[in-house]
Design a protein around this ligand. Structure first.
Ligand SMILES: Nc1ncnc2c1ncn2[C@@H]1O[C@H](COP(=O)(O)OP(=O)(O)OP(=O)(O)O)[C@@H](O)[C@H]1O
Ligand code: SF4
Ligand SMILES: [Mg+2]
Length: 345
């Protein structure tokens, strides 16, 4: 896929407090003593693009829903804080949240067609977050502007269409127009391009980048695609079994990952055959990891621990803390740099 070339999206160092501050967020399955997000700390600065990556089931979508206070029945925030522009969202009434969503915080999800109401016309749905809701000409004109802004041809006709008449790429643009309508400060985008073909993916990413630069928009981008992470994000957070295991500036993490899991993810994404000709994969499965209660949850799959038996007792007994390696880079691993980057890896 051809992506826009990577250009740092941040200029001079921003001294403001982060726009989004998540502290010790825990999400559990209601009625069961099981956490799917376990003490997550995360920040997104003003105008910053932070990528959240990890294997399927690591807790990325649950995190996105928890941040938006949109968890489905069966999941609940059991502890922690989500502050947006200094305002606490956990425990805020649904009435107040309705005002915050769309205006301060917007969401974009993977399956646009499932998010749009097939029985309602496009302009009604895009107008939803606009303060001046209604059927007035001004609102319709604003919707047409928004649709034009996301590259929809013949926006007046599309505005009058029903969403089931749209292609997948067109529906995702409509969702983007709706997400941008309230001029939010933060966009949480969960795999926004995964369901689209590669050319439409690149168009949607360009649109996102344009919006981000035009309006100093902050974005939390959830994706499996590390080429998108490299091209698009300022910072990356790597999630495994409900925890951040490594985070830092994107170029740093992509070029010099420290955590064995991050290294394995990057190696798999390169799809370069191993010496025996097989494509790289991370041995074992992540599905058991949530039920590991002691030690490092990656231990059963960790090639670094497997190659350094002296690590085993520490790895299996104590979960490592997320420790700073300087300049915003933090990693959660008992191995030293020499062990992680040595021949064993
Ligand atoms: N409604 C729910 N009730 C109970 N458990 C759930 C629910 N939704 C998700 N989970 C569990 O939470 C964990 C994290 O799921 P989540 O959907 O956040 O993964 P993900 O990282 O987004 O994966 P993917 O990359 O496949 O989208 C999984 O173990 C999943 O089974
Ligand atoms: S703490 Fe141990 S098991 Fe976990 S990633 Fe580091 S070396 Fe591997
Ligand atoms: Mg998901």
């Amino acid at each position: 896929m051809t992506l826009p070339t990577s250009v740092p999206t941040q200029g001079a160092k921003d001294t403001r407090a982060p726009l989004l501050e998540v502290r010790n967020l825990k999400v559990g399955i209601t009625g069961r003593n099981k956490e799917v997000v376990r003490g997550l700390d995360l920040t997104v600065g003003h105008g910053e693009v932070v990528a959240l990556v990890g294997e399927s089931g690591s807790g990325k979508s649950v995190t996105a829903l928890a941040l938006s206070q949109l968890l489905p029945p069966g999941l609940e925030i059991t502890e922690g804080s989500v502050r947006m522009g200094g305002r606490e969202l956990v425990g805020t009434s649904e009435k107040d949240l309705t005002g915050i969503r769309g205006r301060d915080l917007s969401m974009l999800f993977q399956q646009p067609q499932t998010m749009l109401d097939p029985t309602s016309r496009v302009h009604v749905q895009v107008a939803e977050p606009l303060a001046s809701k209604g059927s007035g000409r001004a609102t319709f004109a604003r919707v047409v502007d928004l649709l034009r802004g996301v590259g929809i041809p013949d926006p007046e006709a599309r505005a009058r269409a029903f969403s089931h008449e749209l292609s997948g790429g067109m529906a995702q643009r409509v969702m983007m127009a709706a997400a941008m309508a309230g001029e939010p400060r933060l966009l949480i985008a969960d795999e926004p391009t995964t369901a689209l073909d590669v050319t439409v993916q690149a168009q949607i990413l360009r649109l996102l980048r344009d919006e981000q630069r035009k309006r100093d928009l902050s974005i939390l981008l959830i994706t499996h695609d590390l080429s998108i992470v490299s091209a698009f994000s300022d910072r990356v957070c790597v999630m495994y079994a409900g925890r951040i295991v490594e985070e830092g500036p994107t170029p740093q993490i992509m070029k010099h990952p420290a955590h064995p899991y991050t290294r394995a993810l990057i190696r798999c994404s390169l799809l370069e055959p191993e010496a025996n000709g097989a494509l790289p994969s991370i041995p074992g499965s992540s599905s058991r990891a949530l039920s590991i209660l002691e030690g490092c949850r990656f231990a059963p799959r960790c090639h670094v621990m497997a190659a350094a038996p002296d690590l085993e007792s520490a790895c299996c007994a104590t979960e490592p803390a997320l420790e700073s390696k300087g300049q915003g880079w933090r990693t959660r691993c008992h191995a030293t740099d020499a062990q992680t980057h040595g021949d064993a890896a």
